[in-house]
Design a protein around this ligand. Structure first.
Ligand code: LMR
Length: 392
């Protein structure tokens, strides 16, 4: 029976971890999967999380089940950061649940959208490859629009056309900030327009906020999401703490639903709970509990936000340094300076991607997406020289 299964390719992004690990060269560089690295190339546990974990070990007196919604203290503690301190539940219209990472949240959001009658998901191209993969696995159609033009700016015409062509039965999946893989985000004016267009359409917005705080700041990175929510009737919000709390392998995320009529929330969320039960039953607790302890303690919150500021400043330094290199070999690195978050795309040909790996031991996605956090004072000049070598 099982021999009927067809061989599947390894996930291209996750496969990069092994490719890099297997390279014996001491000066190899990992710009693959999206993890933050310090100037020393490390991905340490946040000090705020370490302190919260210590507290957790000392105070947690049970590991009994919590239910499919996970730790609601965690889910609620995040809400002022995501939706704003003024009225985080938007007059009782928003409720959430814990999920295993942002991927778990997306899986539930897309499955809930399908149950609600959505058949097509409108997605920018390129997008995080797992977006399309989850849609495909759920049997949802994908309609792509061009995310950014050759000028390195968002392609608003393509987005306007995609929204104009869609309606009832469609959902649109938008990156809230730090677009993965391009780093090219919508401006405030773009978001104002998008919010207005969505408000006039029957399209269900699904907002993916996986990098809050890694772009311009915690508040600034929530601008688009909050603008859309302020105008539309219903939306699903997929949140990840994996990057902004450095909890990658602990899988910490949340799904929030916003509805027009608060009376519908119980019914809507019962679908999330029921889908979670069928998929993973209950989310892993440890990381979410650590986040809750950080957010419940003013000192730890301050420490976490300072650590996040440091990460953002370091990535800005990398971006500025790459941009300052200007035209390098055959590519212009200048646009990287005005992009946000962990990722940017350098227009390498497939052959150049291979040459960067083979000749220089530098690993990044086949799309040309680099994780800028993998560059440090110790390796950035080596990277720039390698770019000049393979593209020149
Ligand atoms: C990435 O795009 O590298 C990250 O979001 C990690 C992942 O799960 O793919």
């Amino acid at each position: 029976m099982l021999s009927n299964l067809e061989q599947q390719p390894a996930d291209a992004l996750l496969a990069l971890i092994k490719l890099h690990n297997d390279d014996p060269r001491a000066d190899k560089i990992d710009l693959g999967v999206g993890v933050y690295r310090t100037g020393e190339g490390e991905t340490p546990v946040f000090a705020a999380i370490k302190a919260a974990e210590k507290k957790l070990v000392e105070t947690q007196d049970s590991k009994a089940y919590l239910g499919p919604e996970g730790d609601m203290g965690f889910v609620e503690a995040l809400m002022p950061y995501v939706f704003g301190k003024e009225d985080p539940a938007m007059g009782g219209r928003i409720e959430g649940m814990q999920t295993p990472g942002g991927t778990g949240s997306l899986r539930l959001a897309l499955a809930m959208a399908k149950r609600a009658g959505v058949t097509r998901i409108i997605v920018g191209k390129p997008s995080w490859p797992n977006h399309n993969q989850i849609c495909k696995d759920l049997g949802l159609g994908v309609v792509e629009f061009n995310h950014a033009g050759a000028d390195g700016q968002v392609d608003m015409d393509a987005l306007r056309a995609a929204i104009a062509d869609a309606g009832e039965g469609d959902a649109i999946l938008l990156h809230g900030c730090c677009h993965n893989p391009t780093g090219i985000d919508y401006s405030h004016a773009n978001w104002d327009e998008i919010a207005g267009l969505l408000a006039k359409s029957a399209i269900l917005p699904i907002l993916d906020l996986a990098y809050q705080g890694l772009g311009m700041g915690m508040e600034e990175d929530a601008y688009g999401l909050r603008r859309v929510l302020s105008e539309v009737s219903d939306a699903l919000i997929c949140y990840s703490c994996d990057k902004n709390f450095g909890l990658y392998r602990d899988r910490v995320g949340a799904l929030y639903a916003m509805v027009k009529d608060p009376a519908d929330l119980t019914k809507v969320m019962s679908n999330g709970h029921n889908l979670a039960r069928a998929n993973w039953s209950q989310p892993p607790d440890h990381g979410g509990a650590a986040v809750r302890l950080v957010l419940e303690d003013a000192e730890l919150t301050k420490l976490w936000l300072a650590e996040l500021d440091e990460m953002r400043d370091r990535m800005r330094w990398v971006r500025d340094k790459l941009a300052a290199a200007g035209t390098t070999g055959g590519v212009d690195l200048t646009p990287i300076g005005s992009q946000n978050g962990l990722f940017s795309i350098i227009p390498f040909t497939p052959e150049q991607v291979q040459a960067m790996r083979k000749d220089h031991g530098i690993y990044f996605a086949g799309s040309g997406r680099i994780n800028v956090a993998g560059l440090t004072t110790g390796n950035i000049d080596q990277f720039i020289a390698a770019v000049a070598d393979v593209t020149g």
